[in-house]
Design a protein around this ligand. Structure first.
Ligand SMILES: [Zn+2]
Length: 233
């Protein structure tokens, strides 16, 4: 009561206390809460890239991964060390640098080769930013006028997901696949997402395969790589 007495009089009501819900004048509703969460209209979070992340054609587990990635929450070595882990950090993809989140998805030579092939395939320029969270926020969500625009919209999902899976396979299962297999797997993931959502015609699928083999012709693969690829179907 002593503290209340310090408040200005116009902030103190003489009536009974009641629960207030500012977003909706009629009181709390699930709909108003849902709208807040979807629009992320929280102080300091107005730039949340919900349209980039929550793409309908992308599987939920990949969208959830992208959401965590957007605030740099995945457990790369830099994040583990922030939590007190003692690590001799090394990127398992290139074995030439310390693993941190921007190295893994933006600067790693292994990832960059996959990324550049994908960007060439859809005729996109490389993002100028060197921070993965900034790249996600600025990723173009094109209106799906052309089928290829649909692929561009979710290219970042497929790329980061396949890079993370390869990184995890090397760390936890001691298996590794070459760069071209990760490229092919990314292309196949994109095509399967589109096919599952019913937005991919057979003609578009064929054109996508043509682009994929033009970007990295199969003749560049050696016998071992082809065996691995056959096993990944
Ligand atoms: Zn690396």
């Amino acid at each position: 009561m002593q503290k209340l007495s310090l408040l200005p009089n116009d902030l103190i009501s003489a009536g009974p206390a009641k629960i207030m819900w500012k977003p909706c004048s009629r009181g709390f509703s699930v709909k108003s809460m849902y709208n807040i969460l979807i629009q992320a209209k929280f102080p300091g979070d107005i730039d949340f890239p919900e349209r980039v992340i929550w793409q309908p054609v992308v599987p939920m587990k990949v969208k959830a991964f992208m959401w965590i990635l957007s605030y740099k929450g995945i457990l790369t070595h830099d994040n583990l060390m922030k939590r007190g882990w003692k690590l001799a950090s090394m990127c398992v993809l290139c074995r030439a640098a310390v693993e941190d989140i921007n190295h893994l998805f933006v600067h790693c030579p292994f990832s960059c080769r996959v990324w550049n092939l994908l960007l060439n395939m859809v005729e996109m320029g490389s993002p100028l930013e060197d921070d993965i969270a900034t790249i996600i926020k600025g990723w173009p969500v094109a209106k799906p006028n052309a089928w290829i625009d649909r692929f561009k919209s979710v290219l970042l999902h497929a790329f980061t997901w396949e890079i993370w899976k390869e990184r995890s396979a090397r760390v936890f299962r001691d298996t590794s696949r070459p760069m071209q297999i990760i490229f092919y797997k990314t292309c196949r993931s994109l095509a399967s997402w589109m096919a599952a959502s019913g937005v991919l015609t057979e003609q578009n699928r064929q054109e996508w395969l043509v682009r994929m083999f033009q970007a990295y012709p199969p003749r560049q693969l050696n016998d071992r790589t082809l065996q691995l690829e056959a096993g990944e179907s």
